[in-house]
Design a protein around this ligand. Structure first.
Ligand code: MF3
Ligand code: CO
Ligand code: CO
Length: 275
């Protein structure tokens, strides 16, 4: 038999993807709802003059008030209960004294642990009047997540998610970050598989009911490359200083349409007829 690395990767990856039981799915859904509601709770505070540290405090209190713990706090030494990434920060921005300004675009990323189950979601907020080019980037990135979710059906190749996301993002002249990926989630923070947002068509594991993973495209206005802050070891920025946007949901594969566990407003729901 000729050696086929893709085939090998396929078998290798698939075997480690946890298929969740109905009880586990219910637990992960409960955690996901708290994560999503944390983003709703912080929204009114995302305005000019508010520090990202204050936004983090609002998130941290909301999670605790609802019986959840922030998964990020202490994760590989990460110091805060949320990630807050402004403008050219791609992801893993550490909340601090920076005060939001008119025109900023901000991602807040929340991961909850509730009764041992993980839910992971993030979204963009616009601060005051945002320039059209930045608004467009945010809008296209949100659509990238929607496009990824439409690929989430039993029998499809996992990598068709990234293939379609990257095709759409590049059609606007944007680039897809490849150094950070989505991931299996639920029992642990980061599980297999890796969900790449730029990938080859019809490759990777085959999706099956009970798989739960995130899709979290990071789309850059300019170059795809990022650099991680040498001082804090976390903050990932674009190399050209141009803005980056991200949206994230936790998704469960079913026999029919995907169950977007963190989508409490059914914003990303797909009409059942498509499936
Ligand atoms: N929530 C991020 C994700 O979507 C991970 C943050 S890890 C941290 O995977 F350590 F930076 F908080
Ligand atoms: Co994630
Ligand atoms: Co996240």
């Amino acid at each position: 038999m000729p050696f086929n690395p893709k085939q090998l990767a396929f078998r290798d990856t698939k075997s480690k993807i946890i298929i969740k039981t109905p009880e586990q799915i219910e637990g992960i859904r409960a955690s996901s709802i708290i994560a999503a509601n944390t983003l709703k709770a912080v929204e009114p505070f995302v305005k000019p003059g508010t520090s990202t540290e204050f936004l983090n405090k609002v998130c941290a209190e909301f999670m605790l008030d609802h019986g959840a713990v922030a998964a990020t706090l202490g994760y590989h030494g990460y110091p805060k209960e949320s990630c807050i990434s402004v403008n050219e920060v791609i992801c893993h921005g550490i909340p601090g004294p920076y005060e939001l300004r008119d025109g900023d675009i901000v991602n807040v990323d929340i991961t909850t642990i509730y009764k041992k189950f993980y839910g992971d979601t993030s979204k963009m907020f616009l601060v005051g009047e945002v320039a059209d080019h930045a608004k467009k980037l945010v809008e296209v990135t949100k659509e990238c997540l929607a496009i990824g979710i439409r690929q989430c059906y039993t029998g499809n190749y996992l990598n068709n998610i990234g293939y379609e996301i990257n095709k759409y993002a590049t059609s606007f002249g944007y680039s897809t970050v490849y150094e950070f990926c989505g991931h299996g989630v639920g029992i642990k923070f980061h599980e297999e598989p890796e969900v790449c947002h730029i990938a080859d068509k019809n490759t990777g594991p085959i999706l099956a009911p009970g798989m739960i993973f995130t899709i979290e495209p990071m789309i850059n206005a300019g170059k795809a490359r990022c650099k991680v802050d040498r001082k804090d070891g976390w903050t990932a920025r674009t190399i050209d200083g141009r803005p980056s946007a991200q949206f994230e949901h936790t998704i469960c594969i079913t026999k029919g349409k995907p169950f977007v566990l963190t989508d409490v407003d059914s914003e990303f729901e797909i009409p059942a007829e498509i499936f």
